[in-house]
Design a protein around this ligand. Structure first.
Ligand code: GRF
Length: 198
């Protein structure tokens, strides 16, 4: 599921093509027809659905429509890839929806923390490390169980652009790694705690 430029989708498609991720992307759902990332779905001939929040009265109805599409496509997991809308996760999708966030959750996360806002906040706070977090998604922004985290140092000469780029370089490796662990059945969830078998 995408909302923006689609770097994450492009990266996952590249990993699938080079066989470093054993997965199939059955469908791309976008929150807007203007999502630039849709070009990658088109290039790869992946079916596209546009589901816009404004077409629904409530978040529940909006989410129902999205997960109905997922049911129809008979998918195993829903991968948020730069998707910015809050969803209501149905019970049968618990621990089947994943996201990657560009900070070390719970720092610099939650409502309003997306894209460059995250990196701006890290720099303004003066944090010395940052990174990215792959997590399961629940009904709050950036709150579900943490699957993987990776950190980098914040450099004195970093600005928002350099931090965004450097964190995204981590994301390129960490998201496919987490998805491959799932595909290999190596991830067990007990409440908030995610255990990864070797
Ligand atoms: C990254 O900040 C990622 O952590 C977050 O969305 C951004 C990537 O969006 N989930 P995109 O793939 O470039 O659209």
């Amino acid at each position: 599921m995408i909302s923006g430029t689609g770097r994450t989708l492009k990266n996952l498609l590249e990993h699938i093509a080079s066989e470093t991720l054993a997965a199939e992307i059955r469908m791309v759902i976008a929150s807007t027809p203007h999502a630039k990332g849709l070009q990658y779905a088109e290039q790869a001939s992946i079916p596209i659905q546009i589901v816009e929040r404004q077409d629904f009265e409530s978040r529940e109805d909006f989410s129902r429509s999205i997960f109905h599409c997922c049911d129809e496509a008979d998918i195993d997991y829903v991968i948020l890839a730069g998707y910015i809308k809050l969803l209501e996760i149905p019970d049968n999708y618990k621990n089947r929806v994943l996201n990657i966030h560009p900070s070390l959750i719970p720092a610099f996360s939650g409502q309003g923390y997306y894209g460059d806002h995250v990196h701006e906040a890290v720099l303004r706070y003066g944090a010395k490390i940052t990174g990215c977090t792959v997590h399961f998604v629940d009904n709050e922004y950036d709150r579900g169980p943490v699957i993987l985290q990776r950190a980098i140092d914040v450099r004195e000469d970093d600005d928002v652009t350099s931090l965004n780029d450097r964190v995204f370089e981590l994301e390129r490796l960490v998201y496919p790694e987490a998805l491959q662990l799932l595909a290999d059945g190596k991830i067990k969830v007990d409440g908030r705690i995610v255990q990864i078998s070797k």
